[in-house]
Design a protein around this ligand. Structure first.
Ligand code: GLC
Length: 717
């Protein structure tokens, strides 16, 4: 029910004022010159200057005072005193930067994901932001796509858990609460499935796959109460998402009951023309408004063409009113009509942003997000060792990753080691942070022989390698996932010293790390862990924190394997164990089918054994249980994973589907029984008529430590 005061404002607004309310610009167009435009083509906007003060929202303004100034400018010029909505890309932290979302997903710790979002909201809100363009819930299977760093990996269930946790962290229970942001789940839909992993490329999926894998996490965000949804750049069934009525009116609004605001992506309304799905700006405006896009981000087709479309009876003015009402209701939900500045407070900003409590939490979450991939009894490091340190990320402060409002301010690995009192025992070589980092073409000089000589009498050698941080995020697709030749050579040459080599990989995506793994005694996937990266990695290296990260996305042997993901179909000629040499089975001649490291994989300094795995029917479902024991002398956390396989059904089903996980913290020699309830709803799927159904039949219930190491029981349900 629309509040009377909103109805009243609507009645008094002219059509041009309404259309301005549906338009979002960067602040530079509102007279403040320093917008932090993080993305997108600044196309030639055909703005009506007199309407600029009536725009409904701006994006990527940051700073309490700047936000207050912007709000004052709009309130002084807007006839109806409609407050401005300030939105920003706060993707994994505001000034306190947390691990990239793909790394946070590897923590498998939903409390951590919620906590990082809550801190991001506190810092963003006090800096004058009202809405964040997060969580990104795009399922991803292709690390050639640079934006996998923003995603939560290849599994729909984990994606859904992360998306819902982040919405709760940002929004809390009431958007009017201090320190809360309205969240915007994106990019609706399936932006994470571009052909060839090439940015903005065509997405072409069957509706069954779209619904089962790609829509799950957006729906979880909607069910968690997300306030906005962002339409994606890509086509879905050949129609650009921004103009896709089936997707937005039928699925999002009618089927899921979403009543919030839909915002386009940057210029994506106008890009329906480039897609060849709109003839011109007017056609783009007509199609996108009919499809249900309420806010047009950084293009002005609504502002410039809707009035004429209404006159020509091509558009119903009611569509404009419903969009304006949704936007005004969002502003009301944030309390902006009572207090247009919400939390913006330059004094509080200095206390809240980057405060010690936030930095401590960032350090804890960073340590949970790194993944120990290999450890041949060389980690944790003993105190007192002489440590060699090499590689372009050894002393780098660029460890925040893409979509960070500020970068180059992270605690470096070297700093982290110094904090452990290792100053007099660290020898560095070939660590300069190359200028090419900024040039975007990333390599390191071939000074490996010098590094060999400098470090050969160390007790252990740490090598910090990876991909250029500016090569991740939007517009960063790659056809090769190899580290640069000189980085691979550096690891290889240092391995020839015969000293233990521990390689840390800094990247925003799964890279092709087989070569450096073969030349390392231990490997840590260090992602881009944010502001506290160096401290968190030092905590892990010295064992002050026991690694607990588990991969949310498969690491391929080679880019030629892509897409490689665990929840694949069986095929009619599966390459089952023992058939690897058979010709006519589904396999490669030159590469295994399995990835180098699978979904859910990660090592600990502890050792966990599983026993007494049992599954029994209960009602129309089942209960599975297993005893997990820490058989080591070190306390640690294990992520126990529940998978199912519907052995035969009316459509082929994935060989495995994650349906639950439980993190158990165990003291040395402690054991715990972990239970999972399995319900028909968990076993349901979209049949060929696209109805969500449960079909009785044989099911394999699996519990294990990762997608490839499971214990299995079969039963009929
Ligand atoms: C970008 C991105 C989107 C972001 C928006 C605003 O192009 O696709 O994720 O939120 O524009 O910066």
């Amino acid at each position: 029910m629309t509040k009377p005061f909103i109805e009243k404002i609507l009645k008094e607004m002219t059509l041009p004022e309404k259309l301005a309310q549906l338009t979002q610009l960067t602040p530079m167009y509102l007279g403040t010159d320093d917008s932090i435009d993080l993305t997108g083509p600044l196309n030639e906007l055909r703005l009506q200057p007199e309407m600029v003060c009536n725009v409904g929202s701006v994006l990527n303004n940051a700073g309490a005072q700047k936000s207050i100034d912007l709000q004052n400018y709009v309130l002084a010029h807007n006839r109806h005193k409609i407050p401005l909505l300030l939105m920003a890309d706060i993707i994994h932290g505001f000034k306190t930067v947390f691990p990239i979302p793909l790394a946070q997903a590897c923590s498998f710790d939903m409390d951590a994901c919620e906590a990082s979002a809550a801190i991001a909201a506190k810092e963003g809100a006090v800096s004058g932001v009202h809405v964040t363009f997060s969580p990104m819930a795009d399922l991803v299977r292709d690390p050639r796509w640079g934006r996998v760093m923003e995603a939560a990996g290849e599994d729909p269930y984990l994606n859904a858990c992360v998306a819902a946790s982040m919405v709760k962290g940002y929004q809390g229970k009431d958007l009017r609460e201090k320190g809360r942001l309205a969240a915007c789940v994106k990019h609706f839909a399936a932006y994470g499935a571009p052909e060839g992993g090439r940015e903005y490329n065509t997405v072409d999926l069957s509706e069954g796959v779209l619904r089962e894998f790609y829509l799950t996490a957006y729906k979880a965000a909607v069910d968690a109460g997300v306030a906005l949804v962002m339409a994606a750049f890509n086509t879905v069934e050949r129609v650009p998402a921004s103009a896709n009525r089936r997707l937005m009116r039928d699925v999002l609004r009618k089927e899921w009951g979403f009543q919030g605001v839909v915002i386009s992506d940057f210029n994506s309304v106008d890009e329906t023309i480039a897609h060849g799905a709109a003839a011109n700006h007017a056609d783009a405006a007509e199609k996108c408004l009919k499809a249900g896009v309420d806010i047009e981000m950084m293009s002005t087709d609504y502002m410039n063409h809707v009035e004429q479309l209404i006159e020509e009876k091509k558009l119903d003015a009611a569509l404009v009113d419903e969009a304006v009402i949704r936007i005004l209701e969002l502003k009301d939900a944030l309390g902006l009509f009572e207090n247009p500045y919400k939390d913006a407070d330059p004094v509080a900003e200095r206390e809240v942003v980057l405060c010690d409590a936030h930095l401590r939490t960032a350090r804890e979450i960073a340590a949970k997000s790194a993944v120990l991939l290999k450890n041949q009894a060389v980690l944790p490091l003993k105190k007192g060792l002489k440590i060699g340190l090499a590689g372009p990320f050894a002393c780098s402060h660029h460890l925040e990753g893409g979509w960070s409002i500020e970068s180059g301010k992270a605690v470096s690995l070297y700093d982290g080691l110094l904090q452990k009192g290792a100053a007099d025992r660290i020898v560095t070589a070939m660590t300069e942070e190359l200028g090419s980092m900024q040039d975007g073409i990333f390599d390191v000089p071939d000074q490996t022989q010098a590094a060999y000589e400098a470090l050969q009498d160390c007790d252990v050698i740490l090598v910090a390698v990876g991909e250029n941080p500016s090569d991740t995020g939007e517009g960063s697709s790659k056809s090769s996932l190899r580290l640069s030749a000189n980085q691979e050579k550096l690891v290889r040459v240092l391995h020839q010293t015969g000293k233990p080599v521990i390689t840390l990989v800094f990247s925003g995506r799964p890279m092709e790390i087989k070569p450096i793994c073969d030349d390392s005694d231990a490997v840590i996937q260090a992602w881009f862990l944010g502001t506290q990266a160096g401290n968190a990695l030092a905590d892990l290296l010295f064992g002050d924190v026991n690694p607990s990260g588990r991969l949310a996305m498969s690491f391929p042997y080679t880019v030629g394997q892509i897409p490689v993901y665990y929840n694949h179909l069986q095929t009619g000629r599966p390459c089952l164990p023992g058939k690897e040499q058979e010709r006519y089975v589904s396999r490669y001649l030159d590469c295994p089918n399995d990835p180098l490291f699978c979904f859910g994989y990660g090592l600990s300094y502890s050792a966990f054994s599983y026993h007494d795995f049992q599954v029994r029917k209960e009602g129309d479902g089942a209960v599975a249980s297993v005893v997990v024991e820490n058989t080591s002398e070190r306390a640690g956390t294990e992520t126990v994973q529940l998978y199912i396989h519907d052995v035969h059904a009316s459509v082929a089903r994935p060989v495995k589907e994650l349906k639950g996980f439980r993190q158990v913290a165990l003291e040395p020699h402690e054991k715990q029984t972990v239970h999972f309830a399995i319900t028909p709803e968990m076993l349901s799927f979209y049949n060929s008529d696209l109805h969500m159904t449960f079909e009785h039949g044989d099911f394999e219930i699996m519990i294990g430590r990762n997608a490839n190491e499971v214990w299995t029981e079969r039963l009929y349900l």
